[in-house]
Design a protein around this ligand. Structure first.
Ligand code: PEP
Ligand code: CO
Length: 482
């Protein structure tokens, strides 16, 4: 063991001396190779994991998963990293959105198409409002595992494991559904593959026609006191597109290829381990189950298994942070996850809540600035603004979501940093889960079309309106600067 370590050491040293550019990679390697592997997280405390009844079945499932072809490629992952680096520098903007938790029974053509449609339409509004290129990342094709506040749930004297997402167990309050089943990892992978396959086909086909505002469902605009402004914004997007097309003599879809990247919370570590691969002619390990995995707020302990898993993969990664995060913790986490300060590696997704963002965010931004790191700052205005109605529905108020977003843009502008992204839980359908917006959805409306099993999402109209309002906010900010 010692001998091989010494041989490795001298080999690294020789190579180190031979090239300056190679040196950084070798330092990276020397630091990690001896200690990290896709399964090394297993020696650390892992939060939010299910208790499977049979370890052997977990191991054979992981083995089976590991032999399947990947869902994404390393070059797509690298392309996203470049785009996120541009966003961190203020040259781009990230739009990340999708379900809180995907459901297997909602892996349908209509739901997937509608999700792409809303993300594409929002991104178009943002392109014109922010005068930036937009990187679209879906919370889809793998967003199946959820952190929960309790391990078990009790009803009428019966205690069962909590529902942790389709990839772990089922939602019904029966032992058959709730006992974690490793086979579900395979079902999750298959559903992610089906989703991604359809997304790729839509993107390659004529789907980008949805650029055209005549296909948009804009009926809600009339219900808003801001109807006039909204109509004007949509018209100007539409005119600009037509102008671009006339000028270039091609359809907008062909002017800029429409890319979608995938993301999910990499929570269920046996699954993430199985989809972590090495590829020919590239160094290191890639999570090839998604382009952009993120580490959740509830599993972000520095000494925890999740931080250990994330530090070893080459993907760009999201780090969710809430009001409990303090500057020392964040800096320590960044040091572990990104020791070489690689451009595009880290996106910090902050979710403080509209009442706390001006107090909690500045010390964190300042600490990162002092450390000399450049991260991409992205605001998740959803997770800090969840409340429960008297009738027991989880909801979020449109105005609170918007307020956190606007305050957060201001905080970054005041500190001389750049908020280069937004993160939403949204649906492309007319669900009724969040209250407010142009149609003024109320708590009574929540009874009508509440489909999420976990967190409430903005619906199609609320999402489009949010994109219009972000555009307006940034235009106002730019106007003040001119
Ligand atoms: C989520 O994004 O659904 C989630 C659980 O977020 P957070 O880790 O920020 O609570
Ligand atoms: Co959520």
């Amino acid at each position: 063991m010692l001998v091989s370590a010494l041989i490795l050491h001298s080999l690294l040293l020789t190579l180190y001396c031979s090239s300056v550019t190679a040196s950084k990679t070798l330092v990276y390697y020397a630091r990690f190779m001896a200690t990290w592997s896709p399964s090394s997280w297993q020696s650390k405390p892992a939060g939010q994991q299910p208790t499977y009844p049979d370890r052997e079945v977990v191991e054979s499932t992981v083995e089976q998963l590991a032999s399947l072809p990947p869902l994404v490629t390393s070059w797509e992952v690298e392309r996203l990293r470049v785009q996120l680096a541009e966003a961190a520098e203020g040259k781009r903007f990230l739009l990340q959105g999708g379900a809180c938790a995907e459901r297997f029974d909602q892996c349908s053509a209509e739901i997937i198409t509608n999700k792409l449609k809303i993300l594409l339409q929002m991104s178009l509004l943002l392109t014109f409002g922010l005068k930036r290129r937009i990187t679209r990342v879906g919370r889809f094709a793998g967003q199946y595992a959820k952190p929960r506040s309790a391990d078990t749930e009790e009803r009428d004297g019966v205690t069962l494991p909590t529902y942790r997402g389709e990839i772990i167990n089922g939602p019904d309050f029966t032992a058959a559904d709730r006992i974690p089943d490793p086979e579900r990892m395979l079902r999750g992978y298959e559903h992610a593959a089906l989703t991604l396959n359809f997304i790729r086909s839509l993107v390659d086909g004529g789907f980008a026609d949805l650029h055209h505002t005549e296909y948009w469902d804009l009926e809600f605009v009339a219900h808003s006191p801001r109807a006039g402004e909204y109509q004007e914004m949509v018209k100007s997007v539409s005119d600009s597109l037509r102008f671009m097309e006339t000028l270039a003599g091609v359809r907008a879809a062909e002017i800029s290829r429409v890319d979608f990247f995938t993301s999910h919370e990499a929570l269920l570590l046996p699954y993430e381990q199985a989809v972590t691969r090495q590829v020919p002619r590239r160094e290191g390990w890639y999570n090839l189950g998604t382009h952009f995995p993120w580490i959740g707020m509830r599993t972000a302990e520095v000494e925890g298994a999740h931080a250990d898993y994330f530090r070893g993969i080459r993907n760009p990664i999201g780090v969710k942070i809430g009001p409990e995060m303090d500057p020392e913790w964040l800096l320590e986490l960044l040091e572990i996850l990104d020791p070489d300060s690689e451009p595009g590696r880290i996106t910090v997704i902050h979710r403080m809540g509209h009442g706390q963002v001006t107090e909690k965010l500045p010390p964190l931004v300042e600490a990162v600035q002092r450390s000399g790191r450049l991260v991409l700052w992205c605001c998740d205005p959803m997770h800090g603004n969840t409340e429960k109605t008297a009738s027991g529905h989880k909801t979020r108020r449109f105005d609170n979501i918007l307020s956190e977003l606007e305050q957060s843009f201001d905080v970054h502008a005041e500190l001389g940093s750049y908020q280069g992204g937004v993160h939403f839980e949204l649906s492309g359908d007319n669900v009724t889960e969040c209250v407010g917006g142009a149609r003024g959805l109320t708590e009574v409306d929540l009874e009508r079309a509440y489909e999420s099993r976990v967190d409430p999402r903005l619906n199609y109209e609320q999402s489009l309106e949010m994109a219009l309002l972000i555009g307006q906010k940034v235009e106002r900010m730019n106007g003040q600067r001119d």
